[in-house]
Design a protein around this ligand. Structure first.
Ligand SMILES: *Cc1c(COP(=O)(O)O)cnc(C)c1O
Length: 394
């Protein structure tokens, strides 16, 4: 009885707080087409350059490079293909393992599986919602075996090929600590930066700190190309491998088609890149309004017992892609009753992705203790986060 009353009062207070900030009927994250999108796409269509040739793909890659500070940017058809390309460039292959957080969108694990490799799940940190470097180190101390450049999982006998971290909902993970652990075990670190365009870790753009990273420009991300993605890297060698692999491994030739390895048709079309150029121009406005929105939420939730608004980690600047509230109690029934009420009120909200080790494709995947993942999954709710919820002149 008291528990139910408590549940009701918490969930009602949450609905009131979200409702005081977000408009009813707003999706979780709507794209905003408010700049030069029409003009640039029209130019593509008028000139007939609708496929990957024409100026916009290169223009988009240049803009991305200068926006993020990455030496190279290679655009792709979506974020999943960008992640797959990162792993393929590193030579991740059949019967190897890649360590990654259990809490992520399924694409992170799928990209590993596309290489014929096996995801090995590690826990996340309450401070960042992303891969916990301290638990990762302790786990590797137990499972990693081998000298020189190769590390094997002594439990499975498989080579550990890489570590992938993910900046959850735009909040940067502890990159310095992760890099140190990866250096110690000689493992390449890939960043799944699909959600963190515009997020910075100690002044560096996320996705420019690991060896390679993947961005996404899906319709629900902070900036969109309709569908799209990109690989970032500071290494010229890795960049040319990524370009080659994502253009069907075609050898440069004026009129003959020769392919020197198994490649992928992953290049972003020009029309999408044109939309992307216009979207990147609006990043300062998106970021400014999303920060204001997160400030409003932080204020609205400060007074409510039993729930916390999740704020950016220390020394980081988050893009607040999807705003997060965390219930104090890890109670799926409370979480679901809050979700029920929010969605009934047309305040579109959802729980975190079901952790990947609980998806049928990955039931048998190796894993460390995932207690923080399970705990946060039971407490986490995403609430409406579109930049349009804050008007430009506020
Ligand atoms: C969106 C997303 C992707 C994949 O991007 P798509 O463009 O949808 O293929 C990968 N990882 C994470 C964490 C994402 O949120």
């Amino acid at each position: 009885m008291t528990l139910n009353m408590n549940m009701d009062s918490i969930s009602n207070a949450i609905v009131a707080a979200v409702g005081s900030v977000a408009k009813r009927g707003s999706p979780l994250h709507a794209p905003e087409i408010g700049g030069n999108e029409w003009r640039y796409v029209k130019e593509c269509l008028d000139t007939g350059w609708v496929s990957s040739a024409g100026g916009y793909v290169e223009k988009f890659e240049k803009k991305l490079g200068s926006y993020t500070g990455s030496r190279h940017a290679i655009s792709t058809v979506n974020g999943t293909s960008a992640l797959h390309a990162c792993l393929a460039v590193l030579g991740v292959s059949v019967d190897e393992e890649v360590i990654l957080p259990a809490l992520s969108f399924v694409a992170t694990s799928n990209a590993v599986a596309y290489c014929g490799a096996i995801p090995n799940f590690c826990d996340i940190s309450e401070l960042t919602l992303g891969l916990d470097p301290f638990k990762l180190e302790a786990y590797l101390e137990v499972i990693a075996d081998g000298e020189g450049d190769n590390r094997f999982n002594r439990r499975t006998g498989r080579r550990i090929a890489a570590v992938v971290c993910m900046h959850t909902y735009g909040h940067p993970v502890m990159m310095d600590e992760l890099l140190e652990v990866c250096r110690k075990f000689r493992l390449p670190l890939v960043e799944d930066a699909a959600e963190s365009l515009g997020s910075f870790y100690k002044g560096k753009h996320t996705g420019t700190i690991g060896l390679l990273s993947a961005l996404s420009f899906n319709g629900n991300k902070i900036a969109t190309t309709g569908g799209g993605g990109a690989v970032l890297t500071n290494s010229s060698e890795l960049a040319s491998r990524a370009t080659h692999l994502t253009t069907t491994a075609k050898v440069k030739h004026t009129w003959e088609f020769v392919h020197d390895k198994l490649g992928y048709n992953y290049r972003m079309p020009s029309v999408n890149a044109a939309i992307g150029c216009a979207q990147l121009e609006q990043m300062p406005s998106f970021l400014k309004r999303k920060r204001m929105l997160s400030d409003y939420y932080a204020e609205a939730f400060a007074a409510i017992d039993g729930v916390d608004f999740f704020s950016e980690p220390e020394e980081c600047q988050s893009n607040y892609w999807l705003n997060v509230i965390l219930l104090e109690d890890a109670s799926p029934s409370l979480r679901d009753s809050v979700l029920e009420k929010l969605n009934r009120e047309k305040l579109m909200s959802r729980p975190a992705w079901r952790p990947s080790h609980r998806l049928p494709m990955y039931f048998d995947a190796p894993r460390d203790d995932l207690s923080i993942t399970e705990n946060l999954y039971a407490r986490l709710i995403n609430i409406p986060s579109s930049p349009a919820l804050v008007s430009g002149n506020e």
